[in-house]
Design a protein around this ligand. Structure first.
Ligand SMILES: Cc1cc2nc3c(=O)[nH]c(=O)nc-3n(C[C@H](O)[C@H](O)[C@H](O)COP(=O)(O)OP(=O)(O)OC[C@H]3O[C@@H](n4cnc5c(N)ncnc54)[C@H](O)[C@@H]3O)c2cc1C
Length: 402
């Protein structure tokens, strides 16, 4: 195997590209955006995902980009503080290795670590894949046709490679009956390295303030998945205004700012669950294969680990794609599923749906500091177990083969 095409230059794509280059494979990454997408909300690397970036020699720049979030404060619609907790108290993270950093900082570090020896093609996408005996024949929207030994979709929840190889998204998408809208707003709230979350039953508004960057605002709401066109931004804006209209706290101001935001993003809260992530010489990794939804808090970690294991199996079976891909799948499946399952318990904290659930959640939050002092494990026990539920294989090729 000498040439691999990866679709998607976010987290899974560049991690896979990094390790495949170490294995002496020629790597091309095609990305539909015109550059690596920066900005965005804070994400987490936890457990074995931290070991992966350490093996890449990237722990230092990633540590340097830590958000340093001091507290997550839960407030009522009338701006009364319910509880203000450190992430360590909330998630019990003392027991696991964990780094929270802005998503754009991570993608920048990964891009910087790969851009010199990986061919990046921006502003393009795959339009057809034909898996033949001599390789996968690939057509692009802009570039000319090419042939690769292997094609990997690392192109997110709405993966184009998955669509071309496995068919429509619907049978693989598990909607968690909620939607979210995310956008940046200037930090006019006086927030400093902290997050504030306001909940009413079935709806939440959150502000994440990271160092000197704009604040990320996140609206999330429960309800049947609306049938909205992904390109219908006006329809999405109106839906959010309708669902959040009339709420207190900072919501009226945020709704005005949402209309002015240049990076408004709307989607359903969904997972991808597939019986198989590979077919012939085509495979999927990261959100494209096993998106866990942001409620799990583990999407970035499992994308990172999945990409590392995939590269390790390709390096271990350099002449046999048909052995490498199933071996990757066998190693990662249990780990991915355990982390996807965290989305259910995460929702109890971030998205209580009824007045009773909200009351119970608030009582739990108020008791967490005392429980921590008593040594009672919190939600973090489950996150720690899932984040470490895989033993990393050794990469058989430590040095870069030019
Ligand atoms: C609001 C929000 C909050 C989140 N919070 C957290 C969190 O706290 N902790 C956490 O760990 N995770 C979080 N996540 C999830 C995390 O962002 C993803 O799980 C993670 O980024 C997965 O990485 P990926 O590389 O697989 O896919 P993505 O990051 O989705 O990247 C896919 C890439 O493929 C490109 N692409 C898409 N389609 C095509 C195409 N057809 N052709 C070419 N390129 C294409 C995209 O432009 C993008 O660059 C959150 C996600 C969201 C949306």
């Amino acid at each position: 195997m000498t040439s691999v095409l990866i679709s998607g230059a976010s987290v899974a794509g560049p991690v896979l590209a990094f390790w495949l280059r170490r294995a002496g494979v020629d790597v091309t990454v095609v990305e539909k955006a015109d550059r690596v997408r920066g900005g965005g909300y804070p994400i987490d690397l936890r457990g074995v995902a931290v070991d992966v970036v350490e093996r890449m020699g990237l722990l230092e720049p990633i540590e340097a980009a830590r958000t340093g979030t001091r507290a997550l404060t839960f407030v009522s619609e009338r701006d009364r503080t319910i509880a203000s907790l450190t992430t360590e108290t909330l998630l019990g993270e003392q027991s696991i290795r964990a780094i929270e950093l802005p998503r754009g900082d991570l993608t920048e570090v990964l891009w910087e670590a790969t851009r010199h020896d990986v061919e990046y093609v921006f502003d393009d996408r795959i339009t057809a894949l034909d898996d033949r005996d001599d390789g996968v024949h690939v057509s692009f929207r802009r570039g000319g046709p090419r042939v690769f030994d292997l094609v990997i979709g690392a192109d997110g929840l709405h993966s184009g490679v998955r669509g071309l190889t496995f068919g429509p998204e619907a049978p693989f998408r598990r909607d968690l009956d909620a939607c979210y809208a995310a956008f940046s707003v200037p930090n006019v709230f006086g927030l400093d390295r902290e997050a504030v979350m306001m909940n009413v039953p079935g709806r939440s508004a959150t502000l994440y303030a990271v160092r000197d960057q704009p604040v990320t605002a996140l609206f999330s709401f429960a309800g049947p998945t609306p049938t909205l066109d992904h390109r219908d931004t006006e329809g999405q804006l109106r839906l959010v205004e309708h669902v959040f209209g009339g709420l207190g706290w900072r919501v009226p101001d945020l709704l005005v700012r949402m209309r002015r935001a240049e990076d408004f993003y709307f989607d359903t809260v969904s997972q991808i669950r597939m019986p198989s992530w590979t077919r012939g010489r085509v495979g999927l990794v990261g959100d494209a294969a096993f998106a866990p939804s942001f409620r799990s808090g583990q999407g970035t970690s499992i994308a990172t680990v999945g990409a590392y294991v995939l590269a390790a199996e390709i390096a271990a079976h350099p002449d046999d794609v048909r052995a490498a891909l199933p071996a990757y799948e066998a190693r990662v499946r249990g780990f991915a599923t355990a982390n996807q399952d965290l989305a259910t318990s995460g929702a109890r904290i971030t998205s209580p749906a009824t007045p009773l659930q909200l009351w119970t959640r608030n009582a739990l939050l108020r008791s967490l500091p005392a429980l921590e002092r008593l040594g009672v494990p919190s939600q973090g026990g489950a996150i720690g177990r899932a984040a470490n539920a895989l033993t990393l294989p050794e990469m058989p090729v430590p040095a870069l083969v030019p």
